[in-house]
Design a protein around this ligand. Structure first.
Ligand code: ARG
Length: 299
């Protein structure tokens, strides 16, 4: 059994006061199928409670009234503690530069919130200028940040991440329109295991993804489209939306405890559990090696 992930205990979440589907920027969104605000709020509170019961903590930001997708907190930015970080070195967040203008106003609010928490902030692009980057595309896994690019983040953003954070970045090219962020197709489970949906990626990247993970739980396209990979892991507890029996059986055989959290109202905007949460406790030098100057490896 691989060692448990050291990160994934401290999260940011955005309270869903203004969650709506005002536009369609992914195949799940339909302005004629609006979320029910009361149900959505109940589901969000249950998710927060489930994280706390599993031993995690949650820090909450308010939602801007003009930013209906801001509830998907994962896309606000990539929080990473620099190597050798102690209380004296500030934590760092690389803010997202959203692909679609409809979400770009979220960045200003996120930047202020992270700065208040004491994070140093940086950008790979801003206000439509420079590389697009959405943090839902990135995970610490193995010896690198594994980063999806294509539908949302651009290849150039990977270079900025590597040099800004002083880490290795391994890019994977996403081609499936329904898995537009890597977190719809990939989920680290422990240090040697991850859920992977090769159907999200082009052929070379699919092979690279499978090579990256010593013990992959391979998801079919059909399984991944139930938001199955969009889960979070706290130690040996996996918080996930309802999901196929085959996947549950494999996770249980590996010793994971599964907690199902129904966030179906949020599926209407095209996101699930991982999209609603953003881990704040990934650390260079512990969760991925420090690579001074940075390095990008593309398949
Ligand atoms: N409606 C949002 C968008 O299209 C959903 C974001 C899902 N988030 C994620 N981390 N996959 O941007």
């Amino acid at each position: 059994m691989g060692r448990q992930l050291s990160w994934g205990r401290r999260y940011a979440m955005v309270e869903p006061h203004h969650f709506r589907v005002d536009y369609a920027i992914n195949p799940y969104m339909d302005v004629h199928d609006q979320p029910d605000p009361t149900r959505a709020r109940g589901q969000w509170l249950a998710l927060r409670a489930a994280i706390e019961s599993a031993g995690g903590s949650v820090e909450v930001l308010g939602q801007r009234p003009d930013a209906p997708d801001m509830v998907y907190a994962m896309n606000l930015g990539l929080a990473v503690q620099p190597a050798g970080s102690s209380r004296s070195l500030p934590e760092h967040v690389v803010l997202s530069h959203m692909r679609y203008a409809e979400r770009r106003m979220e960045t200003e609010t996120a930047a202020a919130w992270f700065a208040d928490l004491g994070f140093a902030t940086s950008y790979v692009g801003l206000d439509g200028i420079g590389a697009h980057f959405e943090a839902g595309d990135v995970f610490a896994f193995g010896d690198a940040l594994v980063a999806g690019f294509g539908p949302r983040s651009e290849e150039l953003a990977l270079k900025h991440l590597a040099t800004t954070l002083g880490v290795r970045v391994r890019g994977l090219r996403i081609t499936h329109p329904g898995m537009y962020h890597l977190d719809l197709a990939f989920c680290p489970l422990d240090e040697t295991r991850a859920m992977v949906c090769p159907a999200a990626l082009d052929e070379t990247s699919a092979a690279a993804a499978l090579e990256l993970v010593p013990e992959p739980l391979v998801l079919s396209e059909e399984e991944a489209l139930t938001f199955c990979a969009n889960s979070i892991v706290l130690g040996r507890t996996v918080l996930r939306p309802a999901c196929p029996d085959r996947v549950r059986a494999q996770l249980e055989a590996w010793g994971f405890q599964i907690v199902i959290v129904d966030v179906s109202e949020f599926h209407k905007g095209g996101g699930s559990i991982r999209c609603l949460t953003n881990p704040l406790d990934v650390r260079v030098g512990r969760d991925l090696p420090s690579v001074p100057g940075g390095e990008v490896l593309l398949p």
